[in-house]
Design a binder for this molecule. Structure first.
Ligand code: ZN
Length: 352
């Protein structure tokens, strides 16, 4: 029986990852505990303080702030800066700060053992994990347990090298679980072309190509060495700072979906139609996430689709009801498992 796990933010919560709505609050709190001269405090003063009242009233979160900073007409007014390349730099600083905060939050994952149990005992060779999260919790569990998996890129002999350029995603035809990260990953970087002071972007032959920090590096030195733009990796062709591929759902998803990122969505579709059982873990399935809803809607209704049962692991009844409405009764049974993921893993572990 082939299983597909579809994981969202509720999956990572149990490992200590912050919810999107909490990230900016956590960054502010963390900055306060650091010396005033620490670069995190510079970033908070420069980028987060101007939006403080909106943040305090929970009117914007990390993703909507990134989206706002992507819109230069808004960003230049609020940050009172007209230099486009400076604004891009500040937006990048915010991205790295978000990555750093998530990295810090999960580095002492209180439930490591349970995540290890998940990849070792619940995920089989022919299964797939489709992830909407950009943290590295699943990768690190695979690494700790020495379970081979296929993330769609390969380092060859340089598996634990620092930094590798990946021409395109390619999934191997081997029996090992596949990990497909549909919204990007904290250890992926891309070149957006070189931005000049006046804001003109010079296109780069590397545009859209991907670089990947290897997993072990990502786990240990990565956050310490690369958290802010001072020490960042540059494109070997145009020398611009490489941009992390973390994709807030409402932002530049189109970029992820076009070009070679298409391979990920294509592979996700193939995994879904081959699945006998799909388990959603901590996924909210909001209609606003149009691409994810379409992927699911079309894949499970594909004439070749085999899926007959869907599990929804989630503690909130609202989410479970949303799934029941989405997958209308008929050939598919929606089986709610009303608990959070950690509770679920503990139950599984104790009954096996
Ligand atoms: Zn470049």
């Amino acid at each position: 029986m082939k299983k597909v796990y579809f994981i969202g933010s509720g999956f990572s919560c149990g490992a200590g990852a912050p919810l999107t709505k909490d990230i900016l609050h956590n960054i502010k709190r963390r900055a306060k505990s650091l010396p005033p001269a620490h670069e995190l405090n510079e970033i908070v003063t420069k980028i987060i303080k101007p939006f403080e009242s909106l943040i305090n009233n929970n009117q914007i979160d990390a993703e909507s702030l990134l989206t706002a900073l992507n819109n230069f007409s808004i960003a230049r007014h609020v940050l009172q800066e007209n230099n486009r390349s400076k604004l891009i730099r500040w937006r990048d600083d915010l991205k790295w700060t978000i990555i750093w905060e998530i990295g810090k939050s999960v580095e002492n994952n209180p439930n490591k053992n349970l995540y290890d149990y998940f990849v070792k005992n619940l995920v089989d060779k022919n299964d797939a994990i489709l992830s909407l999260n950009y943290d590295l919790i699943v990768e690190n569990a695979f690494e700790r347990t020495n379970v081979q998996y296929d993330p769609g890129y390969h380092f060859g002999n340089n598996q634990y090298g620092d930094f590798t350029q990946v021409a395109k995603f390619q999934f191997q035809n081997k029996s090992m679980p596949r990990l497909i990260k549909l919204h990007g990953s904290m250890n992926w970087l891309k070149c957006n072309g070189h931005v000049q002071g006046n804001g003109t972007v010079i296109d780069c032959p590397n545009n859209g190509n991907l670089w990947v920090f290897s997993k072990k590096v990502a786990d240990t030195q990565y956050f310490a060495q690369h958290h802010f733009t001072k020490n960042l990796k540059h494109c070997d062709t145009c020398d611009s700072i490489l941009d992390p591929v973390i994709i807030p759902p409402q932002l530049d998803k189109s970029d992820l979906i076009k070009n070679h990122y298409q391979i990920l969505w294509n592979q996700a579709y193939l995994e879904l139609i081959k699945a006998d059982e799909i388990t959603f873990i901590g996924c909210s399935l909001r209609e606003a996430d149009v691409d994810v809803c379409n992927l699911l809607r079309f894949a499970v209704n594909d004439p070749k689709a085999r899926v007959s049962s869907i599990n929804v692991i989630d503690p909130t009844m609202n989410t479970i009801d949303r799934f029941k409405r989405f997958f209308r009764p008929g050939k598919i049974t929606v089986k709610p498992i009303k608990m959070d993921f950690i509770e679920y893993l503990r139950t599984m572990q104790s009954t096996n």
